[in-house]
Design a protein around this ligand. Sequence first.
Ligand code: ATP
Ligand code: MG
Ligand code: MG
Ligand code: MG
Length: 470
Amino acid sequence: KKLGLNELRKMYKDFFETKGHYIAKSHSLVPSNDKSLLLINSGMAPLKNYFSGVEKPPKNRMCTVQKCIRTGDIENVGVTARHATFFEMMGNFSFGDYFKHDAIHWSWEFITEWLQIPEEKLWVTVYESDDEAFEIWEKEIGFPKEKIVRLGKDDNFWEIGLGPCGPCSEIYFDKGEKYGCGCEDCKPGCDCDRYLEFWNLVFTQFDRQEDGTYQDLEHKNIDTGMGLERIGCVMQDVDTIFEVDTIQQILNKVTEIAGKKYGEDPSNDKSIRIITDHIRSVSFMVGDGILPSNEGRGYVLRRLLRRAARHGKLLGIDRPFLQELMEEVAKTSGEAYPELVEKKSYIKKVIGIEEEKFAETLGQGLEILKGYTEEVIKNNGNEITGEMAFKLYDTYGFPIDLTLEILEDEGLTLDQEGFEKEMQAQKDRARAARGNREGDAWKEDPLTSLEDASSQFKGYYELSRESKIK
Ligand code: ATP
Ligand code: MG
Ligand code: MG
Ligand code: MG
């Protein structure tokens, strides 16, 4: 029998309880007393005051399974096998208590004894100069040294600005040659879907100084993160995180509503995966008290919800459907997150109102676009200006891919350069408004991708082209 996500989540907590950890509940997705972060994006994020010593933890070793949102991964969702905007991160933490030796030994015990993952399928990485971690893997664990990959700072050193930082060791599952990119010497660190990173062990042992040097921390910490959906993938032997048990149920509902089969058309499949992911993010965000709006978290929520609705349109769904889909999220995650069940009618209402608003926006946008195209045709032109498209997009929330699609039907084009220029200007304005918060040691990727105008444009543009192919 294959282990389900609900069982894996429990096993992880049970295991670390046997190692003396205090098991804490997931914190809200909304950070408390932390202006540097828009949304919780890792297990350690809500615990950072314990790491920095500002607050005293209930115990100096803890374990959580934390709800996370990573908007920075949005372009990857539906494209790679392993990225979601919403996922659960299982983590064990030491605040000046145990260090590398225990962290590595216990991770090994959990995955090879409790989960019984065959050793020959595993690979590990260490930071290039972290001989200590290398030796623990090689000499104490007996892991073959050809499969311990030393990686550089980009991959295996956790550091943001000044303050606590340190090397990582990551654990990978080899899905097999057929998932590889075919490069010579394909191994972890290669950016293909063959090696699935599922657990990251961070050894916070240094304190980065103003002058760029690293000093040893007096209290060394452990911060680990294992993606529940990813280990689910490994244990259930499925290709992507969208096919693990509970997520597959949501995906099935999407295909049922759309009247489409999964696995028949790459462009439809991508839309199906995006909706499946985004409805999870949206449900959990509303459940944690976030409301759609035009700024901050509310903006992230709005964009995710509308993106899901938009992909619904691409699949040919011509009625509101996100409320119905939310039911499925409550069904599959309600056991671990009872708030989804308790607040279900509220969450559905918020989703329903926003989906309706978006439908109105679409109607309004179509009218305005019609005005633009008529004007262009009347003047014997064949291109609408970047300004027009930007206004539609920015003021009326009209998706750019839809604009492109309609223009194409009319035999018209868009001044893309002009549009990108407008987007860039907006991005600069947003950045200026956000202020310079660089240098905060814990800041991560809020909105980078959602606000990244050019990549967003590219994303929508590619999407519209794909949707034409079917
Ligand atoms: P990747 O290199 O695959 O993007 P990462 O190195 O950015 O992952 P970490 O920051 O190390 O990820 O997070 C710890 C763990 O959380 C990862 O090993 C993975 O299991 C999980 N994880 C990270 N990002 C995602 C995501 N977008 N969706 C699902 N799981 C994720
Ligand atoms: Mg990543
Ligand atoms: Mg990584
Ligand atoms: Mg990692």
